[in-house]
Design a protein around this ligand. Structure first.
Ligand SMILES: [Zn+2]
Ligand SMILES: [Zn+2]
Length: 372
């Protein structure tokens, strides 16, 4: 979850949306490195509307907020990559901000480039009790595999990585083609830049309590804590799933895999698809899922359902409480009685994995096809 992208994305609004409308018990907020966001946090702590948890993180109602930041690194001769860092508490994050200030142009802004080698950043994060998670690792413009390198180990010390974020256009099966990833926990985060998109992807976790310490244990599969399931967008709906040719203006779906040129017109003005990139990097033919890899459930967020506008969405949330309830815990009959048979049938088909999808690419999300 990212703060800077829109005006209504204040720390409080995000906490409220996550706690009340989405029903999430843990949410990571990036941009907590920003001094103005930290001021905001202190206001709510002072007023007693939020409190720092003993095990790390900040509590608002029944939701624990993890303090995070997204940072861009760029090694000589390589493209940029985004990394997520989470800190146990506000003091640790404030100290980290002070350190970053000396290596960044404007520490207020989001996802800023830091002018130190990735491994130095990694040491700094871990040294402060934080954790490091490479972000949306396959996306074409700013990610470890998508733009920076062919191997994670070229940038980072693998022992100092707590998990990797798959991004919206990939799932566990796809990532299982790359053996370097076998050792890592996969997280499916929403990467939301607006309130509505919170929870479009999420992780089901086994924790003793919603705190930072417990989260870290879960990512490292310690003491029975773990990620129990990933809930992610069907990767075909992700906006970088397949390669896009800006000359043909088409997404090269169901055609030859390509990361260099358009297979139709030969143009090199393409945006590499995540699936195409993974197949190019794959060092095995069949996907491998280690025994500890949890199930990966596809979900189609309500905003993708044809005919379901804001009014009907509000109606559903009023009746069923949260988007997760609507998506996973309602009966077809209940849905039909609220929004009619046709829209209800899309939600039911989405659960069964039976929706017809138009694939995404080049920055355009995929779509649920209308029944014709
Ligand atoms: Zn990013
Ligand atoms: Zn083309």
């Amino acid at each position: 979850m990212k703060i800077s992208a829109a005006n209504d994305l204040t720390f409080f609004n995000i906490a409220h949306e996550a706690a009340v409308r989405k029903g999430m018990e843990v949410i990571g907020i990036i941009d907590c490195h920003s001094p103005s966001v930290q001021d905001d946090i202190m206001t709510y702590l002072d007023r007693g509307e939020m409190e720092e948890l003993e095990g790390g993180g900040i509590r608002y109602q029944d939701t624990a907020i993890m303090l995070g930041t997204e940072i861009e690194v760029r090694e000589p001769g390589r493209g940029p990559a985004h990394l997520l860092a989470y800190m146990p508490n506000l003091v640790a994050m404030q100290g980290f901000t002070q350190w970053m200030k000396g290596h960044m142009k404007n520490v207020e802004l989001s996802s800023q480039r830091i002018y130190v080698p990735a491994r130095i950043l990694q040491e700094e994060v871990l040294g402060r009790g934080g954790i490091l998670i490479p972000a949306h690792i396959f996306t074409p413009h700013k990610s470890v595999y998508g733009s920076a390198s062919t191997r994670m180990e070229h940038l980072l010390d693998l022992d100092g990585i707590s998990a990797v974020e798959l991004g919206l256009s990939a799932d566990s099966d796809m990532a299982g083609l790359i053996s370097e990833l076998d050792r890592f926990t996969f997280v499916t985060n929403s990467d939301a830049h607006s309130l509505g998109k919170i929870g479009r992807e999420y992780n089901e976790m086994k924790l003793a309590a919603p705190t930072y310490e417990e989260l870290v244990k879960a990512l490292h599969c310690q003491e029975g804590r773990r990620i129990a399931a990933n809930y992610g967008l069907n990767p075909r709906l992700g906006k970088y799933h397949r390669t896009y040719c800006s000359l043909c203006e088409s997404i090269l779906d169901e055609r030859a895999v390509t990361v260099e040129r358009c297979t139709d017109c030969g143009s090199n003005k393409i945006v590499r698809g995540v699936m195409d990139r993974i197949l190019a990097l794959a060092d095995r033919e069949q996907t491998y899922l280690p025994p500890y890899r949890p199930p990966y459930h596809f979900q189609v967020p309500l905003e993708f359902i044809p005919g379901l506008g804001p009014k009907k969405l509000d109606q559903l949330l009023r009746r069923f409480g949260t988007e997760m309830n609507v998506l996973h815990r309602t009966t077809p009959e209940e849905l039909e009685s609220e929004i009619g048979e046709e829209i209800a049938s899309y939600i039911v088909k989405a659960r069964e994995g039976n929706l017809l999808l138009e694939v995404g690419g080049g920055g355009r999300y995929g779509k649920v096809k209308n029944r014709s």
